[in-house]
Design a protein around this ligand. Structure first.
Ligand SMILES: Cc1ncc(C[n+]2csc(CCOP(=O)(O)OP(=O)(O)O)c2C)c(N)n1
Length: 258
């Protein structure tokens, strides 16, 4: 590992604070999924990805987490974070390819990122292609086409990580469109599957190392996470899917993120 677990945790805490600051300042954004994705993104950018590799964020609404991780890593200017979701900003509320170096795909419409990543993986066999998706995105038919495509072409350089926080836009995934045995579903589509705690750096990094050794199939890591992780009154509360905190809520959240 390049960093100790304590160092990674420190970065994750700063990313959570950045997420809150961005969404509070813009009075717009998606805190629940941003907060659940933090360890996945910190692990990818700080421990896992090499210069040859590419990352696709499919659930683009959680981009405050991505922007902050990119800033912490020094890939973008930290000052930019305060422009999040502003008119003309490089940091749109849903990322746009071409607007900011390092953003591979435009997102917002859900269920497209895996197809984009799979196409890239098919074309660039000499690099690993990582794609974060969410459980809510599994409602989209296009996503499952990409699942079939990746298996058919045995894209063993494609690694999908699902932010399995079990919440989506107006309730739980289970209420809105249950995914049943998600692990069994991926296995039946000939993917290599692992299930981990998506807030545990060691588990994320180990799972990716295993995924990199996959021979004949694409790999998916189902990362069980907590929606709103780190801010007690947001945790597991669907109303925080796309809501900005008011001043009092913001101060309380920042008090907890210390
Ligand atoms: C194709 C498409 N359909 C619907 C939406 C509206 N939408 C935005 S976010 C969302 C829920 C996504 O679920 P998930 O990513 O699991 O939510 P989170 O974990 O961030 O709360 C929906 C349905 C969309 N952006 N794109």
């Amino acid at each position: 590992m390049n960093h100790t677990t304590d160092e990674l945790k420190k970065i994750a805490l700063q990313v959570r604070r950045d997420i809150l600051e961005m969404i509070y300042k813009a009075q717009s954004g998606h805190p629940g999924g941003s907060l659940s994705s933090v360890e996945i993104l910190v692990a990818l950018y700080f421990e896992v990805m090499g210069d040859q590799d590419h990352f696709f964020l499919s659930n683009g609404h959680v981009c405050p987490a991505l922007y902050s991780v990119m800033a912490e890593k020094g890939l973008i200017d930290k000052e930019l974070l305060s422009t999040y979701a502003g008119l003309g900003s490089e940091l749109q509320g849903h990322p746009e390819r071409g607007r900011l170096p390092g953003i591979e795909n435009t997102s917002g419409p859900l269920g497209l990122g895996l197809a984009q990543a799979a196409g890239y993986a098919a074309a660039k066999k000499d690099s690993f292609i990582y794609c974060e998706t969410s459980d809510g995105e599994h409602d989209e038919g296009n996503h499952w086409e990409a699942v079939m495509f990746a298996a058919k072409y045995k894209l063993n350089n494609l690694i999908q990580i699902i932010d399995r926080n079990r919440i989506q836009i107006e309730g739980t995934v289970e209420e809105i469109m249950p995914l049943g045995n998600l692990i069994g579903r991926y296995k039946s589509f000939n993917w290599h599957v692992q299930e981990i705690d998506g807030h545990n750096f060691n588990e994320i990094i180990e799972a990716v190392e295993k995924a990199k050794k996959c021979k004949d199939s694409p790999c998916v890591i189902v990362a069980n996470t907590l929606f709103g992780k780190g801010v007690s009154f947001m945790e597991n509360k669907p109303e925080w899917h796309a809501r900005a905190p008011n001043e009092q809520e913001f101060n309380k959240a920042m008090e907890e993120l210390k």
